[in-house]
Design a protein. Sequence first.
Length: 231
Amino acid sequence: MPITVLGLDADDTLWHNETFYRLTRERFNALLADFADAETLEAEIAATEHRNLGLYGYGAKGFTLCMLETALTVSKGQVPGYVINEILAAGREMMNHPVEPFPGVHQALEELSTQYKLVLITKGDLFHQESKLAASGLGDFFSGVEIVSEKKPETYLRIFSRHGTGPEHAAMAGNSVRSDILPALEVGSYAALIPYHLVWAHEDAPLPTDHPRFVELPSLADLPQWLAEVS
């Protein structure tokens, strides 16, 4: 069955993202070291993030609010003002971190865009994701940009129907099994996992290795050949 539309994830598929979150977590743990050890802080902020996802969504702004809430919780409201300022500064740095596409991404998108309609499908804050795409210099390769609050089966059904002839004629590529792979497969699309060396626990899930429309690829550069084979 020919593939006409290719959905692509953004963070940790086209450029670094989780690395900056890990570095910020380390900075946060150091700032709150007087109140809790790193293991306790990691568990507390993970619980806070999970609890607030429905309110804040994904992205650096929500994560900054979760750091502030965690700091107040573990310190029982005694966190010093300078620590609050440092947390806010860390959040601003996450919003302003440089966006540099991974090696080979530009060339791969250039090749793919001549054969398929490319649609960027990413979660997170609208302003921040739009800013990152603009800074990446990759925007011209995409026929559509979809910034969504969550990636569910109905999300892919809607997007692939709007930009093409339905999910059966589409493929999704990204680094998250939970968000990029499983829901796309559920609606009948092909799905290619392109792993990143760091995985947020919220995005982790078992690999659907026995699914006939799933593949794991070393890099985005391997995507054109696989798509040609399945088409």
